[in-house]
Ligand binder design. Structure first.
Ligand code: NAD
Length: 418
């Protein structure tokens, strides 16, 4: 199967080429960045609860590891593919470089709908996947984390499996673990906190401040969307709409996030929440709001719906939620887009803190973690703003240029082997 097959990979590739052209990136560096260093496809056979054996397709892609070990989540989703995983690995290289982490870009996944498996089946799937990609990962090689369809329990099973191979507890092999086995304070909410930070930076950039008049719609109410909603709500913004796989809910006066979370705890999904109007996800994306946060999956704002988007600002909580055509159109309409490699980098930043804490066996307090997260993201936002001004380009391209500059210096310095 070609790496270039999915529209998502084509979009990531286009972003790379377009930024490279604007900044006149060394063509030899571009040539190397077009392809992942390593793309592994594996079979993951497990015994189901009914006694039969089923084989799933799994992947791990390492894009560029010039700056350090690979870093990137593991996704369990029925649309997962090698090409999509390669696109996400490429974005991870640019994300880590943009925010100045000593890490490269990687991503993994299994083509599976995790909702259809029991807890025991999920555990078998995770452990077999960890064994199959085992030779290629490790605290100095490549460090996975949670993504769509995986969570801290997945990471705990992964760490345990890897630790069985080494013969001792190896917390540095994954991030996003439970605190009791070496997880970091602040990691669970880090991506959502980073999204909220970036929206605040963007408001400051335009001389504004978030207040009760600020309306926000969030598409995707999971590990990214939930903390983003909670933090922005706490900061005084009105979260008028939320959506998940079951549909959306809307209240023009603002939703109570704690009530919505209580409802989800009992019912699993947003659908049927009694204290708001039920809307579709398409309607949610097209609401007239100050800030739209796509925080579910890639490719939700496309040529099909771009003309109906009314948000003034879009904070890309998800990876690649806006296709290339839609980005071009929305930028022309003066919609301010906070690019994914900056907006959702909070997760990998606190993952980096977790990795460092695991290696040094010394743990930090939450105040230090949140402050360091804020400062790293702020620096990357300012660097991106400077590049946007210098090259007279939108933030989306400026973030890529900022990142590519850093990767180029490091790749030139290390040279090409042999
Ligand atoms: P998650 O599985 O925890 O949550 C995903 C949410 O999106 C759920 O509410 C789900 O119901 C909803 N959803 C899924 N498919 C949908 C659809 N077709 N329409 C509407 N809603 C849908 O996943 P997550 O970890 O929150 O990740 C969300 C996005 O953020 C992904 O693009 C992921 O790559 C990106 N991201 C996650 C992290 C992280 O730390 N978890 C970090 C950086 C980027």
């Amino acid at each position: 199967m070609s790496l270039f097959e999915s529209p998502f990979f084509k979009d990531a590739y286009f972003q790379l080429e377009s930024a490279a052209q604007t900044m006149e990136l060394d063509p030899n560096i571009l040539e190397r960045l077009k392809y992942p260093k390593r793309a592994i496809q594996i079979s993951v056979p497990i015994r189901l609860d009914d006694g039969t054996v089923k084989t799933f397709e799994g992947y791990r892609v390492q894009h560029n590891m010039t700056l350090g070990p690979g870093k990137g989540g593991i996704r369990f989703h029925h649309h997962c593919s090698l090409s999509e995983t390669a696109a996400l690995a490429m974005l991870m290289s640019f994300k880590c470089a943009l925010v100045g982490l000593p890490l490269g870009g990687a991503k993994g996944g299994i083509k599976v709908d995790p909702r259809l498996l029991s807890r025991q089946e999920l555990q078998s799937l995770t452990r077999r996947y960890a064994i199959e990609i085992g030779p290629f990962i490790g605290p100095d090689k490549d460090i996975p984390a949670p993504d769509i369809g995986t969570d801290k329990q997945t990471m705990a099973w992964f760490m345990d499996t890897y630790s069985q191979l080494t013969g001792y507890a190896e917390p540095g092999v994954v991030t996003g673990k439970p605190i009791c086995i070496g997880g970091s304070l602040g990691r669970e909410e880090a991506t959502g906190r980073g999204v909220a930070n970036c929206i605040n930076f963007a408001y400051e950039h335009f001389g504004n401040k978030i207040d009760r008049k600020t309306t926000i719609a969030i598409h995707g109410f999971g590990k990214v969307g939930i903390p983003a909603a909670e933090i922005l709500h706490e900061q005084g913004a009105r979260i008028v709409a939320l959506g998940d796989i079951s549909g959306g809910i809307y209240d023009k006066d603002g939703l109570s996030i704690s009530k919505v979370l209580n409802y989800i705890e009992k019912n699993g999904v947003l659908k049927g929440y009694p204290e708001a109007e039920q809307i579709s996800n398409d309607q949610l994306l097209e609401l007239e709001v100050d800030v739209l946060i796509p925080a579910a999956i890639d490719g939700v704002i496309t040529e099909k719906n771009m003309k109906n988007i009314k948000a003034k600002m879009i904070a890309e909580g998800a990876n690649g939620p806006i296709t290339k055509e839609a980005v071009d159109y929305l930028v022309e309409q003066d919609v301010f887009i906070i690019p994914d490699i900056l907006c959702n980098a909070g997760g990998v930043i606190v993952s980096y803190f977790e990795w460092v804490q695991g290696l040094s066996h010394f743990f930090w307090d939450l105040t230090q973690i949140n402050k360091s997260l804020h400062d790293i993201l702020k620096r990357a936002f300012v660097e991106t703003a400077n590049k946007a001004k210098k090259y007279k380009v939108p933030f989306k391209k400026a973030a890529m240029i900022t990142s590519l500059n850093k990767i180029q210096v490091a790749m030139r310095s290390r040279g090409l082997f042999p």
